[in-house]
Design a protein around this ligand. Structure first.
Ligand code: DC
Length: 227
């Protein structure tokens, strides 16, 4: 990564609000954003497009190393392109999330994505959203936040988010999937989902997005990251 670029790591489980909070922070600070979950989703989706099985480790590594992806943002609207195709919506489905969780459990895939993720660090700074940003990818982060929330609230947030995007899901199925995804992400051998030793844990149950962002911005100030 670019030496000396400050990084704020925002880690946490599915539905903890880290995507929304990370986007909000990036906007408030005018920093760059890495949505690392999207990279895992993209590996799985690109593998499906290329007919590579999600059990084929060498095939997945090759996909992770060679897939052409492009992130762009205009206000609240993000667009993600995979080999010239707009996959923004396809990436957000629960199936894509489950697939990402599967490929994310493979150490070789994680290794293949490491440098790609570090390449997102550019001046004036990076907000890195994921599961292992503070623990593995950017251990030197100036601030590490582990965002969490009660499972029922996380399921409800995902439900609302997906419904707003016109993606049809049932709340009960979402709750089951969230529990299953948490279990897989927390129990994998490499980079399991857990707070870094020096992370500040923030439970956002009952808090609004704005309240969470304000809390993190206070921590950003405490860490001396604002000019
Ligand atoms: O944050 P998300 O829901 O887009 O992530 C989808 C899956 O990708 C998640 O269940 C596990 C995997 N993932 C990961 O293993 N490491 C990351 N840094 C980000 C996501």
């Amino acid at each position: 990564m670019t030496a000396g670029v400050p990084v704020i790591a925002i880690d946490g489980p599915t539905g903890s609000g880290k995507g929304t909070v990370s986007r909000g922070l990036a906007r408030r600070l005018s920093w760059h954003l890495l949505d690392s979950g999207a990279l895992y989703r993209l590996v799985a989706l690109a593998a499906r497009h290329r007919g590579v099985s999600l059990d084929d480790v060498a095939g997945l590594v090759s996909v992770a190393e060679t897939m052409a992806v492009q992130f762009s943002a205009a206000g609240d609207d993000e667009q993600i392109m995979l080999e010239g195709q707009d996959v923004t919506l396809a990436l957000r489905t629960e199936d894509a999330g489950m697939d990402a969780s599967r490929v994310g459990a493979i150490p070789e895939v994680r290794a293949a994505l490491l440098e790609r993720q570090r390449g997102f660090a550019r001046a004036p700074g990076l907000i890195a959203d994921g599961r292992d940003m503070g623990s593995v990818v950017f251990p030197q982060s100036a601030l590490k936040v582990f965002l969490t929330a009660a499972p029922q609230e996380r399921a409800l947030r995902r439900y609302k988010q997906l419904s707003e995007k016109g993606i049809d899901v049932s709340l009960a199925a979402l709750s089951r999937e969230i529990v299953e995804r948490d279990r897989r992400d927390a129990s994998r051998r490499v980079a399991p989902l857990r707070p870094a030793a020096d992370a500040r844990v923030l439970d956002s149950t009952g808090l609004t997005v704005e309240q969470v962002i304000e809390t993190v911005l206070r921590w950003v100030d405490d860490a001396g990251l604002t000019t």
